[in-house]
Design a protein. Structure first.
Length: 162
């Protein structure tokens, strides 16, 4: 039941845009998307839900895309003092029967050194690399821009070399 609720929540959060998904083996990748960044943005965040319908754990170990010079999986956290940090993570574990949401304030894909403008409605190819499932081709949909304060535009990415 929690899987159904997670999928419904992911779809509800993406209701303004047309949700899309990819199913490969036991994995379902739901609505990979990037909120349209400002035309001058050097970085953008990518989001999706990953559902593991299998009996064994799966691990996301990489991502590849041509839209940026560097693409990594990151995790955002806020400490007890309210200080926000964002760090690169090597692996995201997806337990059997579970859903991992890549979303604002948690795990997400970071596109650093954007090679061009991302325009609402466009689709951009990428490859998720999983430990068991291997290479899974997806497309990120460029969704409408986020409201004030919700994007990565105000974050300091100077310590992340593209």
């Amino acid at each position: 039941m929690s899987r159904i609720m997670a999928v419904l929540a992911a779809l509800f959060l993406t209701a303004p845009a047309m949700a899309h998904s990819v199913t490969v083996g036991d994995l379902e990748i739901i609505h990979p998307h990037i909120p349209q960044p400002a035309a001058s943005a050097k970085a953008a965040g990518g989001f999706m839900a990953i559902v593991n319908n299998g009996a064994e754990a799966e691990r996301l170990i990489g991502i590849e895309s041509d839209i940026a010079m560097k693409v990594e999986v990151h995790e955002s956290k806020v400490d007890a003092n309210g200080l926000g940090t964002m760090t690169h993570v090597d692996v995201i574990e997806i337990a059997p029967g579970e859903t991992v949401n890549l979303e604002h304030g948690g795990y997400h894909i970071m596109f650093m050194g954007l090679k061009g403008k991302l325009v609402e409605g466009e689709m951009h190819k990428a490859v998720l690399v999983f430990e068991r499932a291997g290479r899974v081709e997806i497309e990120f949909m460029i969704d409408p821009p986020m409201g004030q304060g919700g994007s990565h535009e105000g974050m300091d990415h100077s310590k992340m070399n593209p």
